[in-house]
Structure formats: structure tokens, C-alpha cells
Design a protein around this ligand. Structure first.
Ligand SMILES: [Zn+2]
Length: 737
């Protein structure tokens, strides 16, 4: 074979290897063989304490029998540190963020204090409750373990300011413990918060949220954290997502805030797989070191208020670059003008743009098409256990479209003309992303700046621009590539074609530099190489199992019963893949009267023990044009109760005395008021509506499955488990009020 072809093959294979290695750019530091010295965060001791607290690792949602045990063992561990735990036992409600709802439960927050008795305080927060689905060793056991170990170290460091440890209950139900703490007089003295969360069990710990403006927390983070993993694109995108943590409730106080969480392997999150054994000690060490460093600084004083907003990103978790947002915007504008001038002066802007933009769009389309075709033979999330093969296929397909267009449409253009066109479009994209996520600008400044510096010195050294381009690509890889590696974890449920678009920003500048090789190899040979790589990727997808012991399929088995009448369905929520042949029943895809979500359904026998929860109307009084209702809940054997109302019900507020919470009217959809735990039976709720006409409420209750479900549970595939919802019996009825 001719030399350019071999060289091109080498470039493309290396590039694909580099794309595969992106997740390695952002990893928690390797743990040392020697145990942590005194005064350091000891992740093994923290994990052992967590194992003691979780005991037999049962789910322990708020106000359940299992949570009583976790609570008493947690108190024991706090006492062993020489601290005096205070338990605040409250029946509280909180408004649900970004949706129309209120959630209530009895929560028992555990508070412990260290340092001086008076003065402004640092709050360290984690929640000890779990979802009903799993043991929650990471979510948020990692936070509980970290708080205990950080407290041990802080005591030796004798902080100058009070430090409050809050182990809250009810986060999973709607941040109820955080809301209850805001009613606590202790919260009045807080001026800084470190919140610890989890959305996975492995990988690096991301600092994904701060108070706004972020100048002060970012300066602190940059100064104190040795192995930072954070960027202002993800903090901005997080704000646009429907996710929330305790920080949403605390935000109204305006405390200086840093929010940390690992995101590696979401397949175990909110599932029985979130176990101590699955929790990576390196991840625990990473969150512990960061929390200890930040807490030590904040326990000795808050940084001078720095009002400005900053944009920031880590460089392969070795350094944090940060600059004022306004400086980023100005720099981006300068780059935009400079590359526009350069691209126009060198010529070929139209042809180059078709090549570059065509690759981005064409690659997205090709990746989508390939994955759809694979989905025909491999239904469900075929990438769940081994996502690498799907990523490789998508990136190889991107190279295929890129080399095709560079060899044809861009055929008449050499690199000196293609380069400014690519970076011009790159900077435009940065501006477009900046419109909805200004923090994203940070990723679009330095690589083009380096290329521009090379272009400026070209008249003295012809090779300068080429060298600068390679340096820019290396920098782009360390930053954009590192971020993409994390994004692959975050978007692990898809859509996977999106990585063609995002990856093309890394692949295209390499192909532009390889343009002479592509020209020499010709269209046929230069497209054959990435085509073969794509086929190898597809072969990898088709020959690896979709699920593994570690990364299992989501598979929730429920019995849903409508009252009165007792019409009952078996329901299975999974990724859409066909059910195993052994699953008893006649299964069809469909929806239920209580949910529009597509699922597998089969008729179920009526179970006489099942009863929907009840409400008793204690009183009703007019308020303005609407009315106020006082309701008493009756559990009828249910552990969780939900009262929902259609979108036109105009419910203004709901809750219990002391915690009547407004409902976010800017959100859309149906209204819901829920109560979880033993204390809900007999609880008195107050609900205010803006209108007088009767409303048809849906009363829904959940409890564990009956023994009738045993054959279904036995037929569940080996590598499948419930996630996000537990296996349970759901009973519902309608009631006009
Ligand atoms: Zn959590």
C-alpha cells in the first residue's frame, strides 16, 4: 500500500483510540497503597462507617421501619466522633421544583455542630434517606460517609467558625429535610454550604452547581481543590435540566454554595445495585479530599464577595482555568471577527463551510441511521453494558462522512484555507451555545486563540501555523474531550447520535490537518478506512451482550389496580426490549389510565387485599373566588399516597400546618400532592384552589407486591433490576371534591 494511505490509516486509528480514551482524561486520582495519614481523609474508614450505618443494605425511605435502624446507627457513629447529635422530628412538606406539586413526610433531620458556639456558620449537607428501590450506598451514602470523616478531621483542625453537619431525611421525596431545616433556628446563622450528592457510584466527582454569581465559590474552588473536575458548561446545562437537589431549597437564602456529585455508572443509581461493594473507594477519596479542603477553608472564613460571574473548565482534572464571563464574551467576539477576516481573505469560505457543516450534520444523520438499523435487530438499550462500541461506531461514522466530504466537496482546498473556515464555524458554535449556556463559551476560546497566534506568526515561520494547529487540537482534546468523556456518562440513556455532532468538533480539525493524506489517498481509499472502522464498531455492538451483572437492564414489575371494580394489570417498565418468553401473561405495549408512559401490560387477577387510599373532607371554606379544603388522609395499607388533579384544577398551595407550600404555577401538567411513610395515615392536609367548581382527584397508593407476583419476579432476566421505581402494587380511584 502507498505511504499516504498507511499514514492516513495510522492517523484515523489513533484518533479513534484517542476518542475511546476520552473518559480516562477525567478520573479520580489513583489511590495510594499507604493508608491515609492522620489529618487526611481516610476513604476506607469512611466506607467502613457507612457499612455500619447501612447494616443489611435495605432500602430505607423516610419514615419507614428500615430508616429507624439507619437513623439510630447514624446517631451512634456521630456520638463516636465525640459530637452531640440533635434529632429534629418534624412532619413537613416541600414544594416540588420545576413541576406542580407538593410532597410531605415525617422527617428526622440529624444535626451536629462543631467549632465555636456563635458566629456565622458553614453548613455541610447530605441526605441519609434512600429511594424505596435500593440501599443508596452512593446516593447519598457517599455524602453521609464524607461528612463523618470530614468532621473527624475538622475537629483536629479547630475551625474558627461554627460548622453544622446536617444529615437530612426526605431528600428523595422532594427535598423535605432541607425544607424542614430552613424552619430550624440554626439555619439563620448559615452563610456557606457544601452539598454532597450522587448520580452514580464510580468516576470523578463533579462540582456541578454553585450559588450565583459564581465568582466567590469558583475562586475558592480553584484555590483549594487539587484535582478539580468542573466546567461552566455543565453548571449552566444542569440548571436547564429537570433535576434538583437540596440546593434548590436552600437557594432562597443566598448562601455561598458548592454542590458535588459523582456521575459514573448511572445504571446502579436509584436501584438495588447502589451497594457498598459497587461504590468505588477512589470516588469516595476524591469527594472526601475536595470536601475537606473546601470545608477547612470555609470553616475559617468566607472569601471576600466577588460579585462577578466567571466561566471555568478543568484541564484533564489537573488545573482549573477561570476568567470573568465578560472577558470570555469579548474574546469570543474578537475571535469571530478575526477568523471571519482570515477565512474571507484566504478564500473558499462557502466550499469550506459546506464541508465542515456538512460533516457535522451528515455524521449526525448517518450515526442516527446506523443506530436505528442496529435497533431493529437489537431492541432496547443495546449499548448499556458496553457503551464503548456504540461510541466508537458513532465516531468512526463521523470520520467516514468527514473524509468523504474532504475528498470531494473540499477537494480543491488545502489546509491553509480549510483551517480558518473550521475555526470560524467553531467560534460561531461557541457563540450559539453561549446564548443559552453562557458558561459554555469557555470551551471555544483557547484552541482558536492558539491557531490565531500561529497564523499571525506565519510570515516569519511558515510552519508556525501548522504547529499551532496541532497544539490547539491537543488542548481541545484535553478540555472538550475530557468534557465529552463525562457527557458520555451523563447521556448514557441516549440519544447516542448526539456524540457524532459533539465529537465532530474534535475529529474535524484532525481531518483538516490530515487533508494532504486524504488528497493523496483519493476518495475510495480514504473513505474505506473509516468505513472499515465503522463496521468493526458495529461488529462490536452486535457481538457484545446488552446488559451485564454490573450494568443491568431497567426492569420494574408492578401490579396496577383501578377501584372501584378491581380491574387489574401487570405492568413492566423496561427499555422497550421484548420480555423473556418465560414471563407469564399475554403482554402488549400500552398505557394505563394513570400514566401516558408506554409499558408492557398484561391482565392481572384482582387482589381483594388491595385498597386505594382515602380522603375525608373535614371542612371547606370560600377564599376569594376559590376555596380552602381541609382533608384527612387514610392510608388503607398504602405506604405512599398521592392526590393528583388535572391541569385545570388551579391548586395554589398545599401542605400541613407550618409547611403550607405554594405550587409553582409556571410549571405545566397535572397537580400532585403526595405523602410518604407511616405518619401519613390520619395526616391533615390543607389545600387551596383558585376556583370553586368541583375537581376530580385521583387518589393513588402504593405498597409492596403481593405473593401473586412471585412467578413474574422469578421470570425477570438475570441481568435486570428495578430502577427509579420499585416493584410494587399501585391502587387508584377517583374522587370528586
Ligand atoms: Zn440523592
Amino acid at each position: 500500500m502507498r505511504r499516504p494511505v498507511l499514514l492516513l490509516a495510522l492517523v484515523l486509528v489513533s484518533l479513534l483510540g484517542a476518542m475511546a480514551a476520552m473518559p480516562l482524561l477525567e478520573q479520580p486520582p489513583a489511590r495510594t497503597a499507604t493508608p491515609a495519614a492522620a489529618g487526611e481523609f481516610n476513604e476506607l474508614r469512611a466506607r467502613a462507617q457507612l457499612a455500619t450505618i447501612l447494616g443489611d443494605q435495605q432500602p430505607h425511605p423516610a419514615d419507614s421501619g428500615a430508616s429507624d435502624g439507619v437513623l439510630s446507627r447514624l446517631i451512634g457513629q456521630i456520638r463516636q466522633l465525640g459530637l452531640q447529635p440533635i434529632v429534629r422530628d418534624q412532619f413537613a412538606c416541600n414544594t416540588l421544583y420545576k413541576q406542580r406539586g407538593v410532597s410531605c413526610a415525617r422527617v428526622r433531620n440529624v444535626v451536629a455542630r462543631l467549632g465555636p458556639a456563635t458566629g456565622k456558620a458553614l453548613l455541610l449537607n447530605a441526605h441519609y434517606d434512600s429511594t424505596p428501590v435500593g440501599p443508596a450506598a452512593a446516593d447519598d451514602g457517599i455524602g453521609v460517609a464524607t461528612l463523618l470523616e470530614v468532621a473527624r478531621n475538622l475537629q483536629q483542625r479547630q475551625p474558627r467558625r461554627p460548622v453544622i453537619l446536617l444529615f437530612n431525611e426526605g431528600e428523595e421525596l422532594g427535598l423535605i429535610g432541607a425544607r424542614a431545616f430552613l424552619a430550624d433556628p440554626l439555619s439563620k446563622n448559615v452563610d456557606a454550604l457544601i452539598n454532597l450528592e450522587a448520580r452514580g457510584v464510580t468516576g470523578p466527582v463533579n462540582m456541578f452547581e454553585t450559588s450565583r454569581p459564581n465568582g466567590a465559590p469558583i475562586t475558592l474552588f480553584a484555590n483549594e481543590v487539587k484535582r478539580p473536575v468542573a466546567n461552566s458548561l455543565s453548571t449552566d446545562v444542569y440548571r436547564l435540566m429537570p433535576n434538583y437537589t437540596d440546593v434548590n431549597s436552600f437557594a432562597e437564602r443566598g448562601w455561598l454554595t458548592l454542590n458535588l456529585a459523582p456521575i459514573g455508572n448511572e445504571t446502579r443509581y436509584h436501584s438495588p445495585g447502589d451497594t457498598i461493594a459497587a461504590l468505588d473507594p477512589a470516588t469516595l477519596k476524591h469527594i472526601g479530599d475536595q470536601t475537606l479542603a473546601l470545608a477547612t477553608a470555609l470553616a475559617n472564613g468566607t472569601p471576600a464577595t466577588n460579585a462577578g460571574d466567571r466561566i471555568f473548565m478543568d484541564v484533564a482534572s489537573r488545573a482549573l482555568i477561570d476568567l470573568p464571563l465578560i472577558a470570555g464574551v469579548v474574546l469570543l467576539a474578537i475571535l469571530l471577527i478575526a477568523f471571519a477576516v482570515l477565512a474571507i481573505r484566504r478564500g473558499g469560505l462557502a466550499r469550506g463551510s459546506v464541508t465542515i457543516v456538512g460533516t457535522m450534520l451528515g455524521a449526525s444523520l448517518l450515526a442516527w441511521l446506523l443506530l436505528e438499523l442496529i435497533g431493529l435487530v437489537r431492541p432496547g438499550m443495546f449499548w448499556r453494558a458496553h457503551p464503548l462500541w456504540t461510541h466508537l461506531t458513532v465516531y468512526a461514522a463521523t470520520m467516514l462522512v468527514g473524509t468523504s466530504l474532504l475528498a470531494t466537496v473540499g477537494g480543491g482546498m488545502d489546509r491553509t484555507r480549510l483551517r480558518p473556515v473550521f475555526w470560524f464555524i467553531f467560534v460561531i458554535l461557541g457563540g450559539a451555545i453561549g446564548l443559552f449556556a453562557p458558561g459554555g463559551i469557555i470551551f471555544f476560546l483557547f484552541p482558536p486563540l492558539i491557531v490565531l497566534a500561529g497564523a499571525a506568526t506565519r510570515r516569519w515561520s511558515p510552519a508556525a501555523e501548522r504547529v499551532a494547529s496541532l497544539v490547539a487540537i491537543a488542548f481541545l482534546y484535553l478540555t472538550w474531550g475530557g468534557m465529552l468523556g463525562l457527557l458520555q456518562e451523563l447521556l448514557n440513556v441516549g440519544p447516542m447520535w448526539i456524540f457524532a455532532l459533539l465529537g465532530s468538533l474534535l475529529i474535524l480539525p484532525v481531518l483538516v490537518e490530515a487533508r494532504p493524506l486524504i488528497a493523496n489517498a483519493g476518495v475510495r481509499l480514504s473513505t474505506t478506512i473509516p468505513a472499515v472502522l465503522s463496521l468493526l464498531g458495529i461488529a462490536g455492538i452486535l457481538s457484545t451482550p446488552a446488559y451485564s451483572a454490573d450494568r443491568q437492564q431497567r426492569f420494574v414489575i408492578q401490579q396496577v389496580t383501578q377501584m372501584p371494580g378491581g380491574k387489574s394489570w401487570w405492568s413492566i417498565l423496561n427499555d422497550g426490549a421484548p420480555l423473556p418468553k418465560a414471563m407469564p401473561g399475554r403482554w402488549k405495549r400500552g398505557t394505563l389510565p394513570i400514566s401516558d408512559r408506554q409499558r408492557w401490560l398484561s391482565d392481572a387477577p384482582t387482589d381483594p387485599i388491595l385498597q386505594a387510599p382515602g380522603v375525608q373532607l373535614l371542612s371547606q371554606s370560600p377564599v376569594g373566588n376559590g376555596r380552602a379544603l381541609t382533608l384527612r388522609l387514610t392510608a388503607n395499607g398504602n405506604e405512599r399516597m398521592e392526590i393528583s388533579a388535572p391541569a385545570d384544577a388551579q391548586i395554589l398551595s398545599a401542605g400541613v400546618d407550618g409547611f403550607i407550600m405554594p405550587i409553582d404555577q409556571s410549571a405545566s401538567g397535572k397537580y400532585s400532592i403526595s405523602c410518604v411513610g407511616r405518619s401519613c395515615d390520619g395526616a391533615v392536609l390543607r389545600v387551596t384552589l383558585a376556583q370553586a367548581k368541583p375537581v376530580e382527584f385521583t387518589l393513588l397508593g402504593t405498597r409492596p407486591l403481593s405473593p401473586a407476583a412471585a412467578p413474574l419476579l422469578a421470570a425477570r432476566p438475570a441481568f435486570a433490576r428495578p430502577q427509579y421505581s420499585r416493584d410494587e402494587a399501585i391502587t387508584f380511584t377517583r374522587r370528586r371534591l
